[in-house]
Design a protein around this ligand. Structure first.
Ligand SMILES: [Zn+2]
Length: 133
């Protein structure tokens, strides 16, 4: 009995998730990050034009006109700020630095005379021969 209800709950949760998901993602991703904002901006401009027209032909009261206009303008400002705020796509990652060059053939102990040096050397400071043959 417990198992059956557990399965039912899980199924319900799954269905719920699937339904929400299909409802939430009805349209494909916009191509540009600002494409949907540009679209929104155009729409607001159009609404403003319509509003002005309706006001001029006397369909709207002064109060309604001002209120709606302010609302649209503040939304427009928000959209414009959002467009400005979106950074252009990041430049391609800086190329990895070239691999460290293998050190030239050096050694700290001369194979010829056995002299010891604090840092690797190409030629022996004592006998002058190549440190690495
Ligand atoms: Zn030497």
């Amino acid at each position: 009995m417990f198992l059956v209800s557990a399965v039912l709950v899980a199924l319900a949760a799954l269905l719920f998730t699937l339904l929400i998901r299909t409802k939430d993602v009805p349209e494909p991703e916009p191509v540009s990050p600002v494409a949907h904002l540009e679209q929104r901006k155009a729409q607001i401009y159009e609404n403003l034009r319509d509003l002005q027209f309706e006001y001029r032909v006397g369909k709207l009261s002064d109060e309604d006109y001002q209120k709606t206009k302010l609302g649209l303008q503040s939304e427009l400002a928000r959209v414009l700020a959002e467009i400005d705020g979106i950074q252009p796509p990041a430049p391609p990652a800086v190329e990895a630095p070239p691999p460290v060059q293998p050190p030239p053939e050096t050694a700290t102990v001369c194979p010829h005379c056995g002299a010891n040096f604090a840092r690797p050397m190409k030629f022996c400071g004592e006998c002058g021969k190549a440190m690495v043959s």
